[in-house]
Write a protein that binds this ligand. Structure first.
Ligand code: PRP
Ligand code: URA
Length: 209
């Protein structure tokens, strides 16, 4: 655990280019984030256990496989994490969804928690924390800590873009958490924004400023 995976699949990288583009409008941005989230979910779930079953085809019995019933929980960090949840749920519709509400104080860049609502059996679930941006790492760090405080044990973090600074914070504070990314960018600027990044993910998803 504590690994960092950057998905270099051509479809993910192609779509990420248009997500970054400042000329991409809200509707297309939202659709692209949804699609990349789905593609990332495909990669992230590669190690889910399966079990052998027999299925009756119209012709005969076929030895086959189904998911072995591992319980999953998706935990978007409000609000930008919401933009990635539906994409993941298209592939894992049975996953329960919890929410952690955090915003970054614009002066201190420190996260402020305002809402936590989680499935009541999170200790039994494989949890995927979802947020497009891992910048200073403060928000993801707090969200993961909020899950652990309530019994969460098996936690992964899924982001579109990370700064090395944020990755280091998570590796240090939560060495048990694997991190899945579409891109690792260069650095943070003086305002805690990822360079080159994509700007403010929440504003671009929801058309606010
Ligand atoms: C953004 C983003 C992350 C956080 C990342 O959210 O969606 O949650 O910043 O920054 P960090 O790693 O430095 O904590 P923001 O606070 O802008 O809130 P929003 O999702 O409501 O727009
Ligand atoms: N939050 C964002 O939405 N974008 C950044 O670059 C950093 C934090």
């Amino acid at each position: 655990m504590g690994n960092v995976f950057v998905f270099d699949h051509p479809l993910i990288q192609h779509k990420l280019t248009y997500i970054r583009d400042k000329n991409t409008g809200t509707k297309e941005f939202r659709e692209l984030v949804d699609e990349v989230a789905m593609l990332m979910a495909f990669e992230i779930t590669r190690d889910l256990p399966v079990k052998e079953v027999n299925v009756e085809t119209p012709v005969t019995t076929a030895p086959s496989k189904v998911l072995a019933g591992k319980k999953l929980g998706l935990v978007p960090i409000l609000r930008a994490g919401l933009g990635m949840v539906d994409g993941v749920r298209k592939l894992i519709p049975a996953a329960k969804v919890g929410h952690v509400g955090l915003y970054r104080d614009p002066e201190t860049f420190k996260p402020v928690e305002y809402y936590v609502k989680l499935p009541n059996d999170i200790e039994e679930r494989e949890l995927i924390v979802i947020d497009p941006m891992l910048a200073t790492g403060g928000s993801a760090n707090d969200a993961i800590a909020a899950l652990k405080k309530r019994g969460g044990k098996n936690i992964r973090l899924m982001c579109l873009i990370a700064a090395p600074e944020g990755v280091e914070v998570i590796k240090e504070a939560h060495p048990d958490v694997d991190i899945y990314l579409a891109a690792m960018d260069e650095r943070l600027d003086d305002h805690g924004y990822i360079i080159p990044g994509l700007g403010d993910a929440g504003d671009r998803l929801f058309g606010t400023k």
